[in-house]
Design a protein around this ligand. Sequence first.
Ligand SMILES: *[C@@H]1O[C@H](CO)[C@@H](O)[C@H](O)[C@H]1NC(C)=O
Ligand SMILES: *[C@@H]1O[C@H](CO)[C@@H](O)[C@H](O)[C@H]1NC(C)=O
Length: 423
Amino acid sequence: MWIRSSFLGPLALVALANALPQPETDLVRGALAAVSCASTFASGKYPTWQQLPIQTTLPDPFLPLSKTTTDSGNSASDIMSGKAAGRIASKEEWIQCRQPEILNMLQEYQYGYYPDHSQETVKATRSGTTVSIEVTAGGKTGKFRATVALPGGASTSAKVPVVINIGGMQNQPYLQAGIAVVGFDYTSVAADSNSKTGAFWDIYKGRDIGVLTAWGWGFHRTLDALNMTVPEIDPTKVGVTGCSRLGKGALAAGLFDTRITLTMPMSSGVQGVGPYRYHAMSGQDETLENSKSGAGWWSDSTLGTFVNHAENLPYDAHTIAAALAPRALIIDQGQGDQFTNSKATAIVVYPAAKAVYDWLGAGDQIGMGIRSGGHCDMSGFTNILPFVQKILQGKNTTRDYNNLSPWAAMPTTYPWATNIPKA
Ligand SMILES: *[C@@H]1O[C@H](CO)[C@@H](O)[C@H](O)[C@H]1NC(C)=O
Ligand SMILES: *[C@@H]1O[C@H](CO)[C@@H](O)[C@H](O)[C@H]1NC(C)=O
């Protein structure tokens, strides 16, 4: 893994200390030039909303956080337009500096820090279609179960890809396509409430971590268990999905575990791939404010300090999506979704994230699946299936997942994209 190489700067060491998943990718494996990273912030010492400028457009993903603060010497207008000093200039800097910084920053401001997996012991046993999972850390144990559905023909010598989902999905088209579907009861990992009950909290109660992160952890430990007990599944071809709040959780899962091949957030909205800015383009007006007051437990407490100051956030949903690159991302949204902001996800967030994917040479790894219908319609799963088959099974599709019809991309919302780093 490149992370063990000797040229690592202080930032990468901070990332290691936090036991973050490392962005080990095909893009960089064995081919990285040494770079030095901009200084970054220790946990608990990040800029407050008052120390960050108001940005009315989507923040520049190429600008390190230390160059974004109000005392950075950069003006707010330069920061927003991609003209600020200190932007990263190369893909090496993205992979070694900026991507780890984004993953740290998102844990600080929004998710809470994932527990250190190297301190966990995972045990799994399988009985038929049920896998029982037991995780122990610091003398505490949490237990939950996953249910496995295998397609016909799956065997140890004919392994199949898997989609891990929470909250239910349309299994049959996936099984017919030769993809296993595994689910777990998300409430048994972490209740969707402030109660701090479930396997995750049995181990980590007291930590300032959001429930989306706890659900993400449930996906990760399910994958550990599948790898141990279900040899019919290929653990290197893995999708994660869920809808609405559970889509937010699937995004948190995909973001923080590089074993996950494809992240599939469905109708996910704010704290998913719906933006904090441009929140009123379609659907009910889901915002930082009403998501935090309605379900404050989804995120850590730091996100609450940005309530009424969402435009001071130094990131938005496109930053989250871009941090997945070059791993694959397919987004499902219904045009008639009455809750989440499908339109802004499609024409603001998606093209802004794709600008980073394209720059990294991974433009074919991100897709936007716009469909008719509403929030969490089961048809969303067939809507994205051709893209899933492309990524997990190497199949071709004629569907154009860059087609934003009936809408069109809105480049004025991500002005920095006219100034993409050259290298
Ligand atoms: C599966 O387990 C093996 C043995 O512990 C490990 O080497 C491998 O990295 C695991 N794969 C995944 C995808 O977790
Ligand atoms: C997909 O299409 C490309 C271009 O038409 C072709 O070269 C490739 O062999 C096809 N792959 C599969 C798996 O059908």
